[in-house]
Ligand binder design. Structure first.
Ligand code: PLP
Length: 358
């Protein structure tokens, strides 16, 4: 019997959904995290008094090679504040058209900061220097907004967890430098990128002024993200966090899990990548399934269904205890994580075959 998943907890004991591949956000905290949470030294973090939050912020900044870190409740808030400190009212930030920031964060930068996003269509979320150069606004044209920053997402969620090659990241940084633009890195899954490329996370983060990363995805924490950057920028970010309602008082309860995660959850991410690969290879051999294996670089697998309607497929999987998700009309996304074993992957493949009527 597998340990109960988040889905089981939500749906009650009769729930059969015990292989949950909808997202790596469904991961539950480890026993070590729960112990650390129960015994963490606490204080009021809005006063800067929570020693566990302070420690997490220092450790995170050090990992990212930045001066300072700021603990925030979510990746969305980390990104929003990252944009708010990179641009001001009426300015523009360049982002990939399929980025999480552009597609799935409620236009926060526009709503809160009066900042416009400039979406660029890309093959794999990787913006070329030529594209970027063409998108940077001329500063001497009073009709146009001025460009303030570029956002990159690594790994890229909607493009299937693909990783930015370091050279491409460095080219973005060069364009930014040429035009005095800031770079914000949405590194929700930056550790997946580091593990997959065997490049130190510090080097990946080094191309950006600010970087946000999530504790609550593959790293298994119940909540929390970090925004890291230069000391003065993070000082400004702290004001935005308070304004947005992200000052969390005894947040050390959550930060304690984050410290355990940074110690224990990063090195195991290659297991999720290998499970995703096995899943993708199995799926790609099934009739009625298209899967671009070259995109399966980390823990996300996207497939396109060509015979069975997506809704019917997901419903058949659900009936058999397998949860997946994905953008209609014909895509399905599977995300591997700590709650998914190699055996689960084999079982998931059998369920998919049944759901496809193979
Ligand atoms: C690439 C990326 N950035 C940011 C976020 C937002 O994180 P959160 O759900 O913690 O707000 C997500 C969430 O899935 C994501 O995939």
């Amino acid at each position: 019997m597998r340990r109960p998943t988040f889905t089981d907890q939500q749906s009650g004991p009769a729930c059969l959904h015990n292989i949950d591949l909808r997202s790596d956000t469904v991961t539950l905290p480890t026993t070590e995290m729960l112990r650390a949470m129960a015994s963490a030294p606490l204080g009021d973090d809005v006063f800067g008094d929570d020693p566990t939050v302070n420690r997490l912020q220092d450790v995170a900044a050090d990992r990212m090679g930045k001066d300072s870190g700021l603990f925030v409740p979510s990746g969305t808030m980390g990104n929003l504040i990252g944009l708010l400190v990179s641009a001001r009212l009426g300015q523009e930030i360049i982002a990939d058209a399929d980025s999480h920031i552009f597609m799935a964060e409620g236009a926060g930068a526009s709503v809160v900061g009066g900042i416009q996003l400039r979406p660029l269509e890309t093959e794999r979320g990787i913006m070329s220097p030529v594209q970027l150069e063409a998108a940077v606004r001329p500063r001497d044209d009073a009709h146009q907004p001025t460009t303030a920053a570029i956002v990159v997402e690594n790994t890229h969620n909607r493009h299937g967890g693909v990783v930015w090659p370091l050279e491409d990241l460095q080219l973005v940084a060069q364009v930014a430098q040429r035009h005095s633009l800031a770079v914000h890195l949405d590194g929700a899954r930056i550790f997946n990128a580091a593990v997959a490329t065997e490049v130190d996370v510090k080097v990946l983060a080094g191309v950006a002024d600010t970087v946000s990363f999530c504790l609550s995805k593959g790293l298994s924490c119940p909540a929390g993200s970090l925004l890291c950057g230069p000391a003065a920028t993070i000082q400004e970010a702290k004001r935005w966090r308070k304004m947005l309602g992200g000052g969390m008082r005894q947040a050390g309860v959550l930060a304690a899990a984050g410290l355990v995660a940074l110690d224990t959850m990063v090195d195991r991410l290659h297991e999720d990548h290998s499970n995703a690969r096995t899943l993708a290879e199995g799926l790609s051999e099934m009739p009625g399934v298209e899967c671009d294996l070259s995109r399966v670089q980390t823990n996300i697998v996207y497939v396109r269904l060509t015979r069975v309607p997506q809704g019917a497929f997901l419903a058949e999987c659900r009936l058999r205890g397998l949860l997946a998700a994905g953008p209609p009309p014909d895509h399905v996304r599977f995300v591997t994580h700590r709650g998914i074993s190699a055996t689960d992957v084999q079982h998931a493949l059998t369920v998919c075959e049944e759901a496809l009527g193979v």
